[in-house]
Design a protein around this ligand. Structure first.
Ligand SMILES: Cc1ncc(COP(=O)(O)O)c(C=O)c1O
Length: 445
């Protein structure tokens, strides 16, 4: 990721005033912990629709969405109105103290988007918290200790998700020991794993899982499989449908719960409401966060009422989880997605963007792969198409160049060599063309 601020943190206010808006803000941010790496040395002060404005007043087309969160863009009128209305009614009431209309409404709206038997919603504040909750549910409901994740995954930075997060060594180094009885099996990466085609990737990853179940942990000790329907931070890499289907079969055979991490891939991002729909399977538990309230902190664990009952009243909870203002925003987000047919838009604009990127890749040997469903698209850069050696330099250079040209994109993958495109769900055809034009210019150097 990017470097920590280079300006002296003890810049005086008069020195800061002499700097430009971005530089001044960076200069007076010395009390912010450098543990948080920053993609950009810019200050962000305003957002409107799909445009962001920095502290120098420069405008950007936002295809980063605050890291896959502002899926309806900034200051969306329906979301803002819902927030204002709820703020004037009731700002906070712990969900553990009773029932709140926007919380009940959000649960109903979420369940409407999910297949049976996923009909029971527990609300929390962040993606990591949702994964924590799902792991606790799986352990308690099955009475088994082990959880198996997949290599290259990112599930969050608290200990349960971190124990199965391997997308970047820096997240783990020095943070162990991790949660006992957590395991990592090979992810079926079509581009990166097992010889480069889908069949080989699926067979290789299944063999890896079978070995793990035969050599390290027996299936009857496994509470859950935890998998992102499309890997996010790990490189925008979708789970092949055949693998997901087989994982479902193995889980059913052994009474293992299947937890789908839809934190980044959910809510229409992949051109379907939920990423697992591409494989035609139904998980036992779904974790949702990021875009659910278009910018307010909120997440959800959804399972069957039967599983939630078996988890047990009082077994889990949160002071802030299900904040009514976030839930009111969430209801507006789900209504807008449905009424404006934004899942369909994500599929259509995603196809346009993928076609444009493939046309660029056809003439640019630095691009090894363009992949991903809907508007969850990764462009992987390599130094050699034959060996698929990751280009560890170009990703960060390119997104910096794009930002200078007025387009916000991010990288992902352990070598930052995948440029990820996270356009808002209501992006227009003209905006997709504008972004492709800027990307072409940035590639030309
Ligand atoms: C797939 C996935 N799961 C979990 C998380 C963790 O979410 P949070 O940062 O809200 O804790 C993320 C965050 O990027 C994610 O992409």
């Amino acid at each position: 990721m990017s470097q920590t601020p280079t300006l002296d943190p003890v810049t005086t206010s008069s020195e800061a005033a002499a700097l430009s808006g971005n530089a001044a803000l960076a200069a007076r941010s010395g009390h912010l912990s450098p543990v948080l790496a920053r993609y950009f040395q810019r200050g962000w002060v305003r957002g409107e629709g799909h445009r962001l404005y920095d502290a120098d007043g420069k405008e950007y087309l936002d295809f980063a969405c605050g890291l896959a969160v502002t899926i309806l863009g900034h200051a969306h009128p329906a979301v803002s109105a819902a927030i204002h209305e709820q703020t004037d009614q009731l700002l906070h009431m712990c969900n553990g103290l009773g029932y709140l209309p926007p919380v009940t409404d959000l649960a109903d709206a979420l369940v409407e988007t999910l297949p049976a038997p996923l009909d029971s919603v527990l609300l929390a504040n962040s993606g990591a918290e949702a994964i924590e909750g799902a792991v606790k549910l799986a352990r308690r409901v099955t009475g088994r200790p082990a959880v198996i994740g997949f290599s290259g995954a990112f599930h969050g930075r608290t200990y349960a998700p971190l124990s199965m997060t391997t997308s970047n060594l820096n997240y783990r180094v020095g943070h162990g020991p991790f949660l006992p009885d957590t395991y990592v099996s090979q992810f079926p990466s079509v581009y990166r794993g097992f010889g480069g085609d889908e069949t080989a990737a699926v067979e290789g990853a299944l063999a890896s899982l079978q070995r793990l179940l035969a050599e390290q942990v027996p299936p009857q000790s496994v509470a859950a499989f935890l998998i992102e329907s499309v890997q996010g931070e790990g490189g925008y890499d979708p789970v092949p449908a055949a693998f997901y289907q087989e994982l479902r079969t193995i889980a059913d055979r052994h009474g293992i719960l299947l937890i789908a991490d839809e934190v980044q891939s959910g809510l229409g991002r992949t051109g379907r409401m939920w990423g697992f729909e591409h494989a035609g399977i139904v998980p036992d538990v779904v974790c949702i966060a990021k875009g659910i309230a278009n910018g307010l902190p909120l997440s959800a664990v959804v399972a069957s009422t039967e599983h939630m009952r078996a988890w047990g009243a009082g077994a889990h909870g949160s002071t802030f989880g299900g904040n009514p203002v976030s839930c009111a925003a969430g209801v507006a987000v789900l209504r807008t997605i449905r009424e404006e047919r934004l899942v369909e838009n994500a599929a259509e604009r995603g196809a346009q963007l993928t076609a444009g990127l493939r046309a660029i890749a056809a003439e640019d040997p630095r691009i090894g792969d363009v992949r991903g469903p809907g508007l969850m698209i990764g462009v992987e850069f390599v130094t050699d198409r034959e060996t698929r050696t990751p280009d560890t330099v170009i990703g960060d250079v390119l997104i910096a160049r794009c930002a200078d040209l007025g387009l916000l994109l991010l990288t992902c993958g352990p070598s930052h060599n995948v440029v990820r495109w996270i356009a808002p769900l209501d992006v227009t055809a003209d905006e997709v063309d504008e972004a492709l034009g800027i990307f072409r210019t940035a590639l030309a150097g």
